[in-house]
Design a protein around this ligand. Structure first.
Ligand SMILES: *Cc1c(COP(=O)(O)O)cnc(C)c1O
Length: 421
């Protein structure tokens, strides 16, 4: 459920008319709903009630300071995957004790910065990384809390570009080698092994792969304890999918996911962490854009929008579907017609949808891409020198620009001219 609904025939974000924001901000822009963000966070938090737990929002999904502050105020921790995200989380007021650091390629500088600023745990993805953290932490005279990311060799049955839990993926260490790697970790200075980490992929629409992975984690917990390791924390990753179409998809609910966690690992007495990103932010954001031209081609009509693949790359990169809805609710009984919906960038990949049934639309009309809150703004670029589009947040009857559109001068002035020119 989200808070983007028609009211009196006009799409609203909570209590604000989307058309009103478009008039003030100019299109295209991302628009987030505070109520939806907090609702989704609370669904996870409540699903784990009864277990000691921390929901660490995977901020790579959408990392604007206003989003982070909104979630942190609800009690969220953060899952970061770079030094930049660590700095963003700290700038939003999140203490290091609530930040977990994931990712396969942490640099020495990133490890050092996290140790200096405080970190709940590093989720370690390889033995060379384990050794690097050990060396840096020992040099600083501290013990770095670590969980080791195991790859459970489970097929997440999701898009190949976002599956991470099979043995052929680059993530984590093979679960079969886990006992040897934990023994290695225990022998290294500067480390405090606190737990096990697993993350098998994104946009999972079935709980079965989670169940298979978490059962393996439970078995591993017992094996490692028998080996003498103190395993007090299980980080179970993110990845729960969201409905990208209104009609025919019903991914599992956080409540059922929570029950699965309790069933599979609840008996171990561990503190549980989860790292949802998409389910918190995805349906909490839309992309609002305007039709520039209606172009009739050979046997097909094109809606050319002022948003493009550089603003929202998911359709080009993952063949992702986004529902696209008019901001003015179509009158009942209007016959939809098929449109190819495209952006202005000079690439055939700049196509959001083919033969999409839409009500009649023309130049100047506003449309909204639903489910654009996660992996939207954060993956945008300025290709074609199209400025990064603004982000706007709604809270009840208020709205605020939370990242303005840069001017052309600001973009151009980031370049510096070498002295020989
Ligand atoms: C991407 C990622 C997540 C978040 O995945 P979602 O599908 O957005 O929930 C969590 N943990 C790790 C390690 C990730 O790489």
């Amino acid at each position: 459920m989200d808070h983007f609904l028609y009211r009196d025939g006009l799409l609203h974000a909570e209590d604000v008319s989307v058309a009103e924001i478009a008039a003030a901000v100019e299109t295209p822009f991302y628009l987030y709903s505070t109520a939806t963000l907090t609702r989704h966070f609370k669904l996870f938090d409540e699903a784990l009630e009864g277990l000691p737990h921390l929901v660490c929002y995977a901020m790579k999904a959408a990392s604007n300071q206003a989003i982070l502050k909104t979630l942190a105020a609800q009690g969220a921790g953060m899952d970061v995957v770079s030094g930049g995200e660590y700095a963003r989380a700290r700038a939003a007021g999140v203490p290091g004790s609530r930040i977990v650091f994931s990712g396969v390629g942490k640099t020495n500088a990133e490890i050092r910065a996290a140790l200096e600023g405080g970190i709940r745990q590093f989720n370690v993805e390889s033995e060379p990384e384990l050794e690097a953290i050990s060396r840096i932490a020992a040099g600083m005279g501290v013990a770095a809390p670590v969980a080791i990311r195991v790859n459970p060799d489970v097929d997440a049955k999701t898009h190949a570009k976002i599956a991470t839990g099979k043995s052929e993926n680059k993530f984590g260490i093979p679960i079969a080698r886990a006992r040897a790697v934990y023994a290695h970790a225990a022998a290294l200075p500067g480390l405090k092994v606190v737990g096990i980490d697993v993350h098998i992929g994104s946009q999972l629409t079935d709980l079965a792969p989670f169940e298979a992975a978490y059962r393996k984690v439970a078995d591993l917990t017992e094996a490692l304890r028998a080996d003498g390791h103190e395993i007090t924390r299980l980080d179970l990753g993110g990845g729960l999918g969201i409905p990208y179409t209104r009609s025919n998809e019903a991914p599992p609910l956080p409540m059922d996911y929570g029950a699965l966690i309790k069933r599979t690992v609840g008996h171990l007495g561990c503190e549980v962490e989860i790292e949802p990103g998409r389910l918190i932010a995805g349906n909490a954001g839309i992309l609002v854009t305007r039709v520039i031209y209606l172009k009739s081609g050979e046997g097909r009509d094109f809606l050319i929008l002022d948003a493009a693949m550089n603003d929202l790359i998911r359709p080009a990169m993952y063949e992702a579907h986004h529902d696209i809805v008019p901001v003015i609710e179509p009158a009942p009984g209007i016959e939809p017609q098929p449109f190819d919906i495209v952006g202005p960038v000079c690439e055939s990949g700049d196509t959001f949808a083919r033969a999409r049934p839409m009500p009649p639309l023309g130049p100047g009309d506003l449309v909204a891409f639903r489910s654009a809150g996660a992996y939207g703004a954060v993956m945008a670029s300025e290709y074609n020198t199209r400025p990064l589009i603004p982000e706007v947040m709604v809270h009840g009857d208020q709205f605020a620009v939370i990242r303005p559109r840069p001017s052309f001068d600001e973009i151009i002035n980031r370049d510096t001219i070498p002295q020989w020119l």
